[in-house]
Design a protein around this ligand. Structure first.
Ligand code: NDP
Length: 478
């Protein structure tokens, strides 16, 4: 596909051409794009600034209808966009289509949020007064997104920002800009006024700095190290920040777990979508009594997956999304083995019918929680097992890692589940269900360093995408 930047309602060539390749087939170029130069990004920010008041004043029913229309267009184009996603990022076709439908659901959800009543009215402590608390758009929103959810993630950020009357400048990951280009085309087709949504493809730091400096708010998803850099930059201009960052999510498996269910949710969390979900499971914390049976079954599950070309009908797990991540994954496994981890499954590159970044689902066993393989995010199809004695030790191990995104437990004991839920420091806790798999109508987020600032999605969106105003009104004694 050919993709350009979308600035002030017009499609524009940028300064530097670049292309993306199919991680399932390295001989296939997928998209030809151009990176926006600094002047282009500045123009996008100016256009967003100019257009925002008009959009905020737009009739609320018309705004809701607009978001609904975008959702409908995403549904109608889900096969087309899902296929592009599979070709550019490497998710299977079913996952690509599913992600596009999720993006549509986000637009439909936020269409409803536009008309949800906002604001509060209070009696005043002073005679003849009352107090109103209202919400206003935060203004110009910069949205910066990673490569692992190329359509859903930009969609929930853009839909949320637009719903509350903000204008947006989106910078997608340079690895996978195609879906963002499709989204821009859909927003244009749906009739969004020029300048309210802008798309710039550009180098993270250069484009990001301009965006952060000129925006009122930054919604960012990416790695924790990038998050720190971004946060420092945002401090200069006091740009409001919402950061969703890395994870090292644990799944605790207790002796009383339903073994079949535990293995199913463990395998799903660790390896589906090639382990490239920020909420994916990277650590299994398993009590002694079930340890051997769990590992034996999980090892079998790891070896049973069909890894292959993302568009092949029988593929269950697609390739790693890009070369740096592929190399980092193999390096991660090597380092874990040097530390003392035993390789129970995978750990190697695989061959398929085409040349691609294929990696076998990987299981490391006999590891300790304090080892680097259990402290550093791998963001690949790699998970390791730590054995513990009891629930107390399991909770301590689950919390014994800086990252605090999601955490899960497999148990048939309600008391243990509730103790874990309360004791976990993660932003999202899962009981007898994979650590990955989030819903758009509830808050998404984590404590630092896995997240920073107000949560995303669902009922939490208003907190980030609006500013609250408290008004004291003296209407005189009645
Ligand atoms: P990166 O942090 O490398 O990049 C994310 C985005 O930030 C990209 O668009 C990138 O642009 C941009 N960027 C890079 N440097 C800067 C900068 N200095 N200022 C502003 N923007 C910058 O992450 P990845 O794309 O590699 O994504 C993987 C990471 O994302 C993992 O750590 C994963 O855990 C995390 N993630 C977290 C989620 C959550 O909800 N918590 C969900 C999904 C992923 P460019 O592409 O041009 O470099």
């Amino acid at each position: 596909m050919e993709g350009r930047n979308f600035i002030d309602g017009r499609w524009r060539e940028g300064a530097t051409p670049f292309e993306t390749i199919n991680p399932s087939d390295l001989d296939e170029a997928v998209g030809h794009y151009t990176k926006a130069g600094i002047a282009d990004v500045e123009e996008a920010m100016d256009a967003a600034r100019r257009s925002q008041p008009g959009w905020a004043a737009f009739n609320m029913q018309a705004r809701a209808d607009f978001l609904h229309r975008v959702g409908e267009l995403l549904v109608a184009q889900s096969r087309d966009i899902g296929t592009l996603l599979a070709r550019e990022e490497g998710k299977t076709l079913a996952e690509g289509i599913g992600e596009t439908l999720r993006a549509a659901q986000c637009f439909h959800f936020y269409a409803g949020e536009v008309v949800r009543p906002q604001g509060q009215w209070y009696n005043s402590m002073r005679e003849g007064h009352n107090v109103l608390v209202t919400r206003e758009p935060v203004g110009v929103v910069a949205a910066i997104t990673p490569w692992n959810f190329p359509i859903a993630l930009p969609s929930w950020k853009v839909a949320g920002a637009l719903a509350y009357g903000n204008s947006v400048v989106l910078k997608p990951s340079t690895f996978v800009p195609g879906c963002a280009v499709k989204l821009a085309a859909i927003l244009e087709e749906a009739g969004l006024p020029g300048g309210v949504f802008n798309l710039v493809m550009g180098d993270g730091r250069a484009a990001g700095n301009v965006m952060i400096d000129a925006a009122d708010a930054l919604t960012f998803t990416g790695g924790t190290e990038t998050g720190r850099v971004v946060l420092k930059r945002a401090a200069e201009t006091m740009t409001k920040c919402q950061l969703e960052l890395g994870g090292k999510n644990p799944l605790v498996v207790l002796d009383d777990a339903d073994l079949e269910l535990a293995v199913e949710i463990a395998a799903n969390g660790a390896w589906i979508q090639t382990g490239q979900r920020c909420t994916g499971t990277e650590r299994f914390i398993v009590t002694r009594g079930i340890h051997d049976a769990f590992v034996e079954r999980l090892e079998k599950a790891a070896k049973s997956y069909r890894v292959g070309h993302a568009l092949d009908a029988d593929t269950q797990i697609g390739p790693v999304a890009n070369l740096p991540q592929f190399n980092a994954n193999l390096e991660f496994v090597k380092n874990a083995q040097v530390e003392g981890a035993e390789l129970a499954a995978g750990g190697i590159a695989l061959e398929a019918r085409t040349r691609g970044y294929y990696m076998a689902p990987t299981l490391l066993v006999g590891t300790r929680n304090e080892w680097a393989c259990n402290q550093q995010e791998s963001f690949g199809p790699i998970a390791s097992v730590v054995m513990v004695e009891d629930l107390d030790e399991a909770i301590a191990a689950a919390n014994g890692c800086d990252y605090k995104l999601t955490a899960g437990i497999a148990t048939t004991n309600l008391k243990s589940a509730e103790r874990f839920r309360k004791g976990s420091q993660a932003g999202m806790v899962m009981v007898n269900t994979p650590t990955a798999g989030l819903e758009y109508h509830v808050p998404l987020g984590a404590r630092a360093p896995s997240g920073y600032g107000p949560r995303e999605t669902g009922s939490a969106s208003a907190e980030f995408f609006t500013e609250s105003k408290t008004s004291y009104i003296n209407h005189g004694a009645a």
